[in-house]
Design a protein around this ligand. Structure first.
Ligand code: ZN
Length: 78
């Protein structure tokens, strides 16, 4: 009986409405979202487009490095 009373006293503050998740304003979140989106577009470029005539690097190192990712994401390869 003593253990259950201790447990309810321990977990009661976690259910209290005084502890609410912190709100993040869109004004502070937007630059990070744009930055993450640019990194995502760069990753999609290197996985999907970086080969052949449109390649930044003339070697096939980037293509071979992301080759399994190309097949996983369904980009045409070979
Ligand atoms: Zn392939």
């Amino acid at each position: 009986m003593h253990a259950s009373a201790t447990a309810s006293a321990t977990f009661a503050p976690a259910l209290s409405p005084a502890i609410a998740p912190a709100t993040i304003p869109v004004r502070e979140l937007l630059p990070w979202a744009i930055f993450g989106g640019m990194l995502l577009l760069l990753a999609i470029y290197f996985v999907g487009v970086e080969e052949g005539a449109a390649a930044i690097f003339n070697t096939m190192y980037v293509h071979e490095f992301v080759h399994d990712g190309r097949h996983l994401l369904g980009f045409p390869c070979h």
